[in-house]
Design a protein around this ligand. Structure first.
Ligand code: PLP
Length: 397
């Protein structure tokens, strides 16, 4: 296929992943997939959604009309109250409703990044964030909490030599995609202190925060920072929230919570981009969560905990030598293969020989490292299929 359009330079960083072709094989019913990190549709509140959309459409003049770019008022209020319950004293003016938290990542990158600026993240990190940021042509630098010898001056020096500034630390502190790991309190404080020294924004991606199934919750980065600075409007943390993992991803409703001044800027970006998130989806989402989000979360937690347990039990039984993470929440475990194993080559064999899919780890590393790692998502297969899948996978490993 020839393609001779005069593309912008930002397109050179935007490539389809090489594993996409392989993942097309996922449609075969015999394949057991640990690949997609998507919520289990068994948990979707289908009845509540039907009722919510019907109720919203009872007032078509509101539900089918344009809305304001900030988001549907009652939903912003609900989100602000929810953030406040989670330790972040937020007002509706601190909230922008977005089309999933993914759109929040794009808007933030648009607001913060000039070409050549630096984003610090852990390696590995959420692939979708790397893709969203890449459109604004940044460079990445690796943030480590487990030692390493980087100093604030070294981050700043490398950023300056690349012709930009350190603009953002991107973190998924709770049950990260792809590792399933969470940052401890000390690491949270260290990240905030580093951001302060670098003069950078902390982008806290809280997509999985509600999905904890064991252990005690830690304060969010935004809660810690807002408390230290005497309020959210003085904070340098901006938090991305989502209803995708607690209600339903297809409605595409998420939010950005941050200082009012930043939210006002992001609202301008939204005005020039999508105008606003679908009015009817926002109203329906409000009607669903107004009934109480707790029962939805309360159903999701044991559901995913059972699947996590099935995955970890099967790994222990069939592949005890493999290093893997034991997440306290979320949808993923991260596996490190024997040294020298190439997870991309393993995927090809695994799909062809035993019909098991996963995501090779390199895609989650901005520098392409991590060839001997892979991500297993336990959200979709049943516990029986999880055991069967790990048994099959262990054979090819
Ligand atoms: C860490 C993380 N952030 C953000 C998103 C985007 O989710 P959404 O746009 O549906 O809120 C995802 C989706 O899987 C994710 O894993």
């Amino acid at each position: 296929m020839t393609d001779a359009f005069p593309y912008a330079s930002r397109m050179s960083g935007m490539r389809a992943s090489e594993i996409r072709e392989l993942l097309k094989l996922l449609d075969r019913p015999e394949v057991i997939s640990f690949a997609g990190g998507i919520p289990d549709p068994a948990l979707f509140p289908a009845e509540a959604a039907r009722a919510a959309y019907a109720e919203a459409l009872a007032d078509p003049k509101a539900a089918l009309q344009y809305g304001v770019s900030e988001g549907y008022g009652p939903l912003r209020e609900w989100i602000a109250a929810q953030m406040t319950r989670d330790g972040v004293p937020a007002a509706p003016e601190n909230i922008l409703v977005t089309a999933g938290s993914q759109q929040g990542l794009d808007f933030l990158a648009k607001a913060l990044l000039s070409p050549g600026d630096t984003v610090l993240s852990e390696y590995p990190t959420y692939l979708g964030a790397l893709q969203a940021f890449r459109a604004y042509e940044p460079r990445y630098d690796r943030l480590r909490f487990d030692g390493g010898n980087r100093t604030p001056a070294s981050y700043l020096g490398r950023a300056a030599r690349a012709g930009g500034a350190v603009k953002a630390l991107y973190l998924v502190p709770d049950f990260a995609n792809p590792t399933g790991l969470s940052l401890g309190l000390q690491a949270r404080r260290a990240a905030l202190a580093l951001a302060e020294e670098l003069g950078a924004v902390v982008v806290e991606d809280a997509a999985y925060r509600a999905l904890r199934f064991s252990g005690a919750a830690l304060p969010s980065l935004q809660a810690l920072d807002a408390e230290a600075r005497g309020g959210l409007d003085a904070s340098r943390v901006v938090c991305l929230g989502s209803f995708s993992k607690t209600v339903a991803p297809g409605m595409r409703v998420g939010w950005v919570c941050g200082p009012r001044a930043l939210i006002a800027r992001l609202t301008l970006i939204n005005q020039a981009s999508a105008l606003h998130v679908s009015t009817i989806n926002q109203i329906a989402m409000f009607k669903i969560v107004e009934q109480g989000i707790s029962p939805l979360v309360a159903a999701a937690r044991p559901h995913y905990r059972r699947k996590r347990d099935a995955l970890l039990d099967a790994l222990e039984r069939y592949a005890p030598a493999l290093a893997r993470t034991a997440p306290e929440g979320g949808l993923f475990s991260w596996v490190t293969l024997p040294e020298g194993t190439d997870a991309a080559a393993l995927l090809e064999r695994s799909l062809v020989e035993v019909g098991v899919a996963f995501v090779p780890g390199a895609a989650f590393h901005p520098d392409g490292s991590g060839a001997d790692t892979l991500r297993l998502s336990y959200s979709l297969p049943t516990t029986e299929r999880i055991e069967e899948g790990i048994w099959r996978l262990a054979k090819v490993i």
